[in-house]
Design a protein around this ligand. Sequence first.
Ligand SMILES: Cc1cc2nc3c(=O)[nH]c(=O)nc-3n(C[C@H](O)[C@H](O)[C@H](O)COP(=O)(O)O)c2cc1C
Length: 298
Amino acid sequence: MSRVARALGNSLPDALWEFLCGRDLAARMGQAILIATTDAEGWPHPAMLSYGEVVALDRHRLRLAVYRTSRTSGNRRDHVRPRAPASGGAPGLAGRGRRPAEGCMRLVVGISGSSGAIYGIRLLEVLRGVPDVETHLIISAAAKRTILEETDYSIKNVEALATQVYDNRDIGAALASGSFRTEGMIIAPCSIKTVSALANCYAETLICRAGDVTLKEGRPLVVVARETPLHLGHLRQLLALAELGAVILPPMPAFYNRPKTLDDIINHTVGRILDRFGIPHGLTREWTGTHPPRHQPS
Ligand SMILES: Cc1cc2nc3c(=O)[nH]c(=O)nc-3n(C[C@H](O)[C@H](O)[C@H](O)COP(=O)(O)O)c2cc1C
């Protein structure tokens, strides 16, 4: 896999993207895809997957449906996923000595002070139930206010959902260094102030520094930016942040799944966040088209 990645670069070429993005699923059913991984000695190990079991989540990430205990999974864990750093963090930084268990996914979660604290909280609740995921949480001072203002959670309750909690003022924490390996970061919700700081590399707080580190290391940064209406200045900052590589994922409800409760609406956005990291969930149903179409074009 890593040899393929080296040959292709870190982005799927158009033809491969078109083939794997799942757009034409029905037409391609029955097709098989041969993948090859290498074991610790460098021996190739071929495996055959069905078309729908290899899906491009975006231009940079493929999701493979393989058994956790299979040789393919083992080879991928050993050779593709970044290994835990020897010390678990940069020398002299907080968090030293913590290493994720083999195959464990470290995710940084920032909650900043825009409305919608429940998005970050629900995300932590869901991730808590996902095996092999560590959450590293930073809550801004403003978010501590919105959590109390908007929800029945105490700050302690929210912090208890995370694997590890950091002080937003602690710019020397492990998350401030790219050498502390993570699979990426989510800021949910994200205020315009934090969007602006990230777009301008103004890393004064740990949330902003960790976000900046995530971008510089080429890891996914998902920004659940919340404000409305948006003036030109907001839009410019969002554009600048998208240009730096962040995924702008505003908490916008969809109605095609007929949400019935507020939870349905919250879960929809959280499900879309998890999709970006290839984490399976049952929060949303995949849209498979109308069966049969409710409205026939006249
Ligand atoms: C109840 C409440 C709701 C807020 N909602 C928003 C919002 O939706 N979007 C936003 O950008 N700022 C919002 N703010 C303002 C931010 O909290 C403020 O700009 C703060 O400085 C953001 O800091 P932070 O990004 O470090 O968390 C809200 C503040 C409060 C108290």
